[in-house]
Design a protein around this ligand. Structure first.
Ligand SMILES: *Cc1c(COP(=O)(O)O)cnc(C)c1O
Length: 363
């Protein structure tokens, strides 16, 4: 089976973890500091704050905004549940704006969703393709809103000549299947020293110095054991992202012209956390049947995500979740299918993916 998101760790990760074990310093320490330095170098941001997950990165970033109950945060209806959960946990209300054909939140819908209670915009760089941050920042400026970027799938992505996370506040996930990993982990980057300072205090129980509590905080800390895994992953990230881009370009070239298959666009700043096609009504079989047929022929594929993010009873019934019709997100949920694009694909496997996809969709 050609896997969709294999987790591959090497000798350097082993060496680094052993080094930490032998020092006996397991909690947040020098390895975490090095990982933060690495993220500053990756993104060009002035500050990087490591936390325990992508979800806690979002929660902590939203907490720095001091959102009052009823304050609204607008996000994408086509995302992982963590995006919604983070807003609820931060004590705010979540509202949605539909996506465009590129699967990311559509700036025009976003602006139309702004209400007098809106306090922040939470765009998601889905599949590693950056949102139109210039348009989103100008909407935020016009309405006096904060922006927190969900960059959980976009390590190293670029837009408008800048790395995602270079400016503003961006939240990365270091979960096992992301473009780089610490097992579980997260990182917040920002160019704002005040936000960075608040994040560091919030991360450590609200302590400014030992037993000097400034605010009620939390334990959002990452461990040195986790950071030890992330350092070699980060060192290889640019090379891995380049491979993902090359694999995506190869898939684009060799999958063109299949009836009922719409290919993603290969914009230069995309880091292809997923390579996601649409299986439309013109295909000879539907999306779920296609997924099964691919699996039978040894190619794993994935559906991210099978439903609109809020389309579950726990959110539909939730007083802090404001829903509405989201036709583009619904269409995406029905059509998307992600194919293997990761850095560990061999040339042979890449050819097999193409061969099998063509076999399944060719009339
Ligand atoms: C993975 C992910 C998260 C959450 O990150 P965790 O590290 O799993 O907590 C948030 N948003 C999106 C879009 C993700 O893909």
């Amino acid at each position: 089976m050609i896997r969709l998101s294999p987790v591959v760790l090497g000798a350097e990760e082993e060496r680094n973890v052993l080094e930490v074990l032998r020092t006996g310093w397991l909690a947040q320490g020098p390895m975490v500091r090095r990982l933060e330095d690495g993220f500053r170098a990756l993104t060009g941001a002035d500050h990087a704050v490591a936390v325990s997950s992508g979800t806690t990165a979002l929660v902590a970033a939203l907490e720095t905004l001091d959102l009052e109950p009823g304050a609204e945060v607008i996000t994408s209806p086509f995302t992982f549940a963590a995006t919604i959960n983070a807003v609820i946990e931060a004590g705010a209300t979540v509202r949605f704006a539909d996506i465009g054909t590129d699967f990311n939140i559509d700036p025009a819908s976003l602006e139309a969703a702004v209400t007098p209670r809106t306090r922040a915009l939470l765009p998601v760089h889905l599949y590693g393709k950056p949102c139109d941050v210039a348009a989103i920042r100008s909407i935020a400026a016009r309405h006096g809103l904060a922006v927190v970027e969900d960059a959980a799938q976009a390590h190293g992505a670029e837009v408008g000549g800048e790395r995602v996370g270079r400016r503003g506040v961006a939240c990365f996930s270091l979960y096992a299947t992301k473009n780089m990993t610490t097992g579980e982990g997260g990182m917040i980057t920002t160019d704002d020293p005040v936000t960075a300072d608040r994040l560091r205090v919030l991360r450590n129980q609200g302590m400014r110095a030992k037993y000097d509590y400034e605010v009620p905080g939390h334990n959002y800390r990452l461990t040195d054991l986790q950071a030890a895994i992330g350092l070699p992953q980060l060192a290889r990230l640019e090379e891995h992202n380049a491979r993902r881009r090359a694999n995506a370009a190869y898939l684009d070239q060799h999958l063109a012209g299949l009836a009922g298959v719409a290919l993603p666009d290969v914009s230069p700043g995309h880091v292809f956390h997923q390579y996601t096609i649409r299986v439309t009504g013109a295909a000879r079989l539907d999306r779920d049947a296609a997924r099964e047929a691919l699996g039978e022929r040894g190619v794993e594929s994935g559906v991210f995500y099978p439903r609109v993010a809020f389309d579950y009873k726990c959110y539909l019934d939730h007083p802090a979740v404001i829903t509405g019709p989201m036709p583009e997100a619904e269409r995406a949920a029905a059509e998307v299918l992600s194919l293997p694009v990761h850095q560990h694909l061999t040339e042979d496997e890449r050819e097999r993916v193409v061969g099998v996809v063509r076999e399944v969709f060719d009339a």
